[in-house]
Ligand binder design. Structure first.
Ligand code: ADP
Length: 173
């Protein structure tokens, strides 16, 4: 099956994909930015489930139910904090996208939306983060997967333009 990849601008908590990805911190107990928005929209049951997960390592991901969201599942991943790019940040960011997709496929999920992981409070430069996001997702869906749709959910027009440009670049890059 070919997977449709596209970028949009909006609030990820409103999406109706089967899963949304949360840019969490390693405690998985909530925080600011998209993490706070997801916890607020999903409701307090989410925090209860997250407490049982024992945290998450940078570059890894864990799944919970979506509770009051339209999305059935939330895949929580922990992006790297930007320390200049020489502390494995690119590999860790790629791992966030790959592990989230692996968990989605293992859970039978066929549509998923990602926020721009690490590019808020964690300070990852938006352009290189977008390149890694698109490249990693493309590599993943190049193999046969049941994924129908992967959405890059931007939160600003600027990020949307960036993703549209990267998505229009040849896949070989
Ligand atoms: P991180 O700590 O991984 O940098 P942030 O939540 O600070 O996570 O930022 C990650 C990205 O999520 C940023 O691009 C930010 O603008 C975006 N964002 C914040 N709130 C939302 C939301 N409700 N829906 C989608 N994206 C959001």
């Amino acid at each position: 099956m070919t997977t449709r990849l596209y970028a949009m601008c909006g609030d990820i908590t409103m999406l109706e994909t089967e899963a949304i990805v949360n840019a969490a911190n390693s405690s998985l107990l909530g925080g600011g930015g998209v993490d706070g928005a997801i916890h607020r929209a999903a409701g307090p049951e989410l925090l209860q489930e997250c407490r049982l997960l024992g945290g998450c390592k940078t570059g890894d991901a864990k799944i919970t139910k979506g509770y009051h969201l339209k999305a059935k599942y939330i895949i929580h991943t922990v992006g790297p904090v930007w320390h200049g790019g020489k502390s494995s940040e690119p590999e860790q960011l790629a791992s966030c996208y790959r592990r989230s997709l692996e968990i989605a496929v293992a859970s039978g999920i066929d549509s998923i939306a990602f926020p721009c992981i690490s590019t808020g409070a964690y300070g990852y430069p938006a352009e290189s983060a977008a390149e890694i996001a698109v490249k990693t997702v493309r590599q993943f869906v190049a193999a046969e997967t049941p994924l129908k749709e992967v959405i890059f959910c931007c939160f600003s027009e600027q990020d949307l333009q960036l993703y549209q440009r990267v998505l229009n670049e040849p896949a070989a890059k």
